[in-house]
Design a protein around this ligand. Structure first.
Ligand code: 5RP
Length: 232
């Protein structure tokens, strides 16, 4: 079975948790896009929900699918966010941001009563870090921020290259918030909660892709079927 079909199956499973009247966070990426499309089918069949998209790409998809949208300024909480991930470990900690939407994804997940992560089983890892960790930074003072991030990484026992993510035009990739992304190629992150905390303290760092303690449920689709892991 191809990976995209597995992603769609994980998305379909998460849809089982959606109830009429819910306020939903809508994730970003190819797996989350399946969820938005499947949700759209239910909405067109009469389901009444409202969504907050985590990126301009997801906003466009949700609008195309006929899903009513709102903002976190208009409502005070979300019942459920469904989003993808680049890596998931056994503690249900995540690396996210491969699609560059980590900042809005984290704000939306933090405003949700529950976060369900949907993925194909290849995203489950023994230790986070093989996927480059996205770190969203302010363009001003990039070199200084980069030096400070390298210092924090070294203190956390991480080594590896820190690369400015390129955009399609050859210049820096620009996030929906107008920021840039440094991708940290670390191989392995020995203590993700500690690194997550230290990165937040660097001036110029807007957010990073470590989602620690945020996912309550992970739905993994594999060739043998769907596996749902709940936070203990
Ligand atoms: C976007 C993300 C995505 O959830 C992550 O990159 C997974 O993407 P995909 O579902 O396409 O594998 O964090 O910022």
């Amino acid at each position: 079975m191809d990976k995209d079909e597995l992603k769609r199956r994980a998305a379909a499973q998460a849809l089982e948790h959606v109830r009429d009247g819910m306020q939903l966070g809508l994730g970003t990426g190819s797996t989350a896009k399946h969820f938005v499309e499947l949700l759209g089918e239910r909405v067109r069949a009469g389901l009444n929900v409202v969504g907050v998209p985590t990126s301009e790409a997801t906003r466009a998809d949700a609008e195309r699918c006929g899903i009513k949208l709102t903002t976190l300024d208009e409502i005070d909480h979300l019942d459920l966010t469904v989003d993808g991930a680049d890596e998931v470990d056994a503690n249900l900690d995540l690396i996210k941001g491969g699609g560059g939407a980590l900042l809005r994804e984290k704000i939306v997940a933090a405003a949700s009563d529950r976060m369900i992560v949907i993925a194909d089983e290849s995203k489950l890892v023994d230790s986070l870090g093989r996927f480059p960790l996205p770190i969203e930074v302010i363009p001003f003072g990039l070199a200084a921020t980069r030096r400070a991030v390298l210092q924090v990484l070294a203190t956390a026992g991480c080594t590896g290259e820190l690369k400015l993510r390129p955009g399609k035009d050859g210049h820096a990739f620009v996030t929906d918030g107008g920021h840039w992304i440094l991708d940290a190629h670390l191989g392995r992150i020995p203590d993700a909660p500690r690194l997550a905390q230290s990165l937040c303290a660097v001036p110029g760092v807007v957010e990073h892709g470590l989602f620690v303690g945020m996912a309550r449920t992970v739905v993994l689709a594999g060739a043998a079927g769907i596996r749902t892991i709940e936070r203990a």
